[in-house]
Design a protein around this ligand. Structure first.
Ligand code: RIB
Ligand code: CA
Length: 310
């Protein structure tokens, strides 16, 4: 039975690899892609979303979302993903256009209205989900689970305390953790174990034309170069880890913890505050991913990407 999913993302180099994987997976029924301001502006992430779906020759709706965080100015990550959000890669113009429907309205239409519970996978700031929660008090009735790439137990990558997706819109993230929707938090504790080496990247194929394999390898090479500056053993696959965790939950090891988000701290703004010692007495509200089976993860990534060679 395929899992009905909507993928909310801010493409984004690793978002793109995550989409390549998800759109090749037999385990997922990807109903729609929604985009949000994050790695780049809302306009750029939306155009990238359209171009990726078009380039991979997939037929599915793309809906735009928030232009900025719900209560703060937008902080993009062009230093990581480049001016376009797609590093050095230039994709052809999209053959299709985005829906008139906004991302948050699409979440509601495709879940509560259609009576099909949707597994929401978020790969960027949580602005769209927060707006949906504010606009549709019954949204949670239509969402089976949220699997998010975001947060960390003990450290950050955008600041010393906060991971980018949470830091970019901490108020939105706090609202999502308080929503009561089952959450799997795939944070840095897990994604920093999901690296892909240069040899593994090259072993994925030698495409004779610009296809999904070529796109994934080009972006992995870009990420590998960036990650190696920080001493990582390979290209860190943040967003692909979240997709992999939905396709095969046995890849990750999780613990149930109570998680909230710091929205006021001078040095800790955007930190996911994880009650690992259970001192708050609060019931756990998230499965927090702490470990990734890297070898099996790489095999999964390779198998999905090679679908585009066939
Ligand atoms: O911290 C990593 C996350 O921030 C990933 O989703 C990456 O795409 C950026 O959005
Ligand atoms: Ca992302």
């Amino acid at each position: 039975m395929k899992i009905p999913v909507i993928i909310d993302c801010d493409p984004g180099t690793d978002d793109t690899i995550a989409l390549i994987m998800a759109l090749a997976s037999e385990a997922l029924d990807v109903k729609a892609i929604t985009t949000v301001a994050g790695n780049q502006t809302a306009e750029k992430t939306a155009v990238n979303g359209l171009k990726i779906v078009s380039f991979l020759d997939k037929q599915l709706p793309v809906a735009r979302g928030a232009e900025k965080p719900i209560m703060r100015p937008l902080v993009t990550a062009g230093h990581v993903h480049g001016e376009t959000g797609m590093a050095h890669v230039v994709l052809p113009e999209a053959k299709n256009d985005y829906l008139e429907t906004k991302a948050w309205d699409l979440f509601y239409k495709m879940s509560v209205e259609s009576n099909e519970k949707i597994h929401l996978i978020t790969l960027g700031p949580l602005s769209n989900v927060a707006i949906a929660l504010m606009k549709y008090p019954h949204l949670k009735d239509g969402i089976s689970q949220i699997t998010m790439m975001g947060g960390a137990v003990g450290y950050g990558n955008d600041t010393q305390a906060a991971e980018y997706n949470i830091y970019a819109d901490p108020e939105a993230a706090k609202m999502v953790f308080e929503s009561g929707i089952p959450i799997t938090m795939v944070g840095l504790d897990c994604t920093h174990q999901a690296w892909i080496t240069q040899n593994e990247i090259e072993s994925m194929g030698k495409p004779s034309k610009e296809n999904g394999v070529w796109l994934a390898q080009e972006l992995m090479r870009h990420i590998h170069e960036f990650a190696s500056r920080f001493g990582f053993e390979g290209a860190i696959m943040h967003d692909p880890s979240a997709i992999a965790a939905v396709i095969d939950p046995t890849l990750i090891q999780t613990e149930d913890y109570f998680v909230t988000v710091e929205t006021k701290g001078e040095h800790t703004l955007g930190k996911t505050v994880v009650d690992t010692l259970r001192v708050t007495g609060h019931e756990p509200n998230a499965q927090v991913a702490l470990d990734m089976d890297r070898e099996r993860f790489v095999e999964l990534v390779k198998g999905l990407i090679q679908q585009y060679e066939i």
